[in-house]
Design a binder for this molecule. Structure first.
Ligand SMILES: Cc1cc2nc3c(=O)[nH]c(=O)nc-3n(C[C@H](O)[C@H](O)[C@H](O)COP(=O)(O)OP(=O)(O)OC[C@H]3O[C@@H](n4cnc5c(N)ncnc54)[C@H](O)[C@@H]3O)c2cc1C
Length: 468
């Protein structure tokens, strides 16, 4: 087994993806007051896509992005690289407010978004290791298998068919990848692999070429109607200020309890060469996960490394965020154990890099894109871990809302949704950490049992935290 303390390993440094893309010199810092048409706060995918589509629709619009660190510093350069079809929220909640058909339409928009990202990357010459071979969730015990089967059958009831999801059983799994104990899987073509930081950097360069101004090292302390105030005390006025700070939102004045910063951590192995094909049967670029409650999302990189995210410390007291991706040893240990549980043959594989990021969780576990025309303030985010595709859809939706166009996108159920705030501490800490501890316990109980029933503990945790 790998000795986690003895090998050279980078811990933090934003992320492996970020470090791999060799950051250039930082952009200019804002050192004066400014007036613009639209100001985005944060330079992650949300703002970059929003700026991209707005500038394309209205080239004369003066667009400014204010970024506290450097473009792509947040989750957009740290994520699992799943350009996935996951709905960024609870289907049942969206259906309750807008009806079942609106959720089906929303899901179809997300399916289409994956190809839209591939299209723009090709048009803009963004080389982000993109490969669209779909995704597969693999059951490694009876309860996971039953849950996946229920998901498969439930999708059919919503009108999704063989072009969207396929049940894969037994030896057929070897066409995708082999997880220890894997018996069946749910495959969908609607997913692509992306090297996250290459996409973020490429987008930042693309919007700059279009005339968008990006200021780095420029933190915003407060968003007010039609103005953002920087930590240095400069005021930036605009017709619209767009908040694109996702998991970092609690650092803004008055927004401490809007979205909860949920941590997610990852590890990446050394390049594994032909072992991924010979021993894991992973010859395509399909994205792989297990079907646990506290699941692992797994990515085979362009150079045959395995990057795995999942269990670890989920939340820090007082909505604190990580320090430049530095990862707690507990998280590293849990992720490494998960890697060896799913791929026991990788006991000798070196771990080259570990990192952590934050994503935004709204109280109703469902993302939103909202524009308040009276206040001149807009918000997009809270994607609950499914932001890589949905930020693109959010960007196009922001464009239509800000330009006051009535389109199919502005009628989606996540538009202008009201969300209540999270509870004060210690309730947030207890709820989130409690929920994930219970998930871990439920996963262990399910792994030890032959029962196809989902552990009642996981169901109870979902109800208590409002996740379902
Ligand atoms: C480890 C991890 C794995 C993930 N895996 C996946 C995945 O595989 N698939 C998927 O769909 N989603 C995944 N996600 C979620 C997804 O990455 C995010 O939802 C998405 O990137 C959010 O983009 P964003 O632009 O809204 O926020 P971010 O990318 O976090 O960008 C916010 C930006 O705002 C800046 N900022 C913060 N505060 C201020 C301030 N006060 N002033 C100025 N700037 C500020 C930050 O520096 C940052 O650059 C993952 C997230 C993490 C952390």
């Amino acid at each position: 087994m790998t000795d986690l303390t003895a090998r050279p390993r980078v811990n933090g440094d934003v992320s492996f993806w970020f470090a791999e893309t060799a950051p250039g010199a930082r952009r200019e810092r804002l050192d004066r007051d400014l007036q613009a048409g639209v100001v985005f706060v944060g330079a992650g995918y949300t703002s970059l896509w929003g700026a991209y589509y707005l500038k394309q629709a209205k080239p004369e619009l003066d667009i400014v992005i204010l970024e506290r660190e450097t473009a792509g510093f947040g989750a957009s350069s740290r994520n699992g690289g799943w350009l996935s079809y996951g709905l960024p929220g609870q289907a049942s909640r969206y259906a309750k407010s807008h009806g079942k058909q609106s959720v089906v339409d929303f899901q179809r928009e997300i399916f289409g978004t994956i190809d839209e990202v591939l299209r723009v990357a090709a048009v803009e010459g963004i080389d982000a290791d993109l490969a669209k071979d779909g995704e597969i969730a693999i059951a490694t015990n009876a309860a996971q298998r039953a849950r996946l089967r229920a998901e498969f059958e439930g999708a059919a009831e919503w009108g999704f068919g063989a072009d969207d999801l396929r049940w894969v059983e037994g030896r057929e799994l070897d066409d995708f990848a082999r997880l220890e104990g894997g018996t069946a899987g749910l495959w969908s073509p609607h997913c692509a692999r992306v090297q996250p930081a290459k996409l973020a950097r490429g987008l930042a360069d693309a919007v700059e070429r279009m005339g968008v101004r990006i200021y780095e090292n420029t933190g915003v302390s407060e968003i007010r109607p039609r103005e953002a105030v920087t930590v240095d005390g400069h005021t930036v006025r605009a017709d619209y200020i767009v908040r694109g700070t996702e998991g970092f939102t609690p650092s803004l004045k008055g927004q401490k309890r809007d979205w909860l910063p949920k941590l997610s951590s990852m590890i990446v192995t050394e390049p594994l060469g032909d072992r991924v094909i010979d021993e894991i049967f992973w010859s395509s670029s399909v994205m792989v996960r297990d079907a646990a409650h506290f699941f692992c999302y797994i990515h085979k990189t362009a150079e045959n490394r395995i990057a795995l995210g999942g269990p670890g410390v989920p939340y820090l007291w007082g909505s604190r965020t990580d320090d430049h991706g530095k990862t707690a040893e507990r998280s590293v240990r849990e992720l490494h154990q998960a890697l060896l549980r799913l791929f026991p043959m990788l006991g000798d594989a070196r771990i080259d890099h570990t990192w952590t990021g934050v994503l935004g969780i709204p109280r109703d576990w469902s993302a939103t894109v909202s524009v308040d025309h009276e206040q001149g303030v807009a918000v997009a985010g809270g994607y609950v871990g499914d932001g890589v595709s949905s930020t693109n859809l959010a960007g196009r939706t922001l464009r239509d809302l800000i330009l006051r166009e009535d389109t199919e996108l502005t009628r989606m159920p996540w538009v202008n949704k009201r969300i209540r705030k999270w509870e004060p501490e210690p309730l947030r800490w207890v709820a989130l950490n409690g929920m994930y501890s219970i998930y871990s316990l439920a996963d262990r109980l399910e792994a030890r049992s032959d029962s196809a029933r989902t552990s009642f503990l996981a169901t109870a945790a979902n109800i208590v935290t409002g996740r379902h």
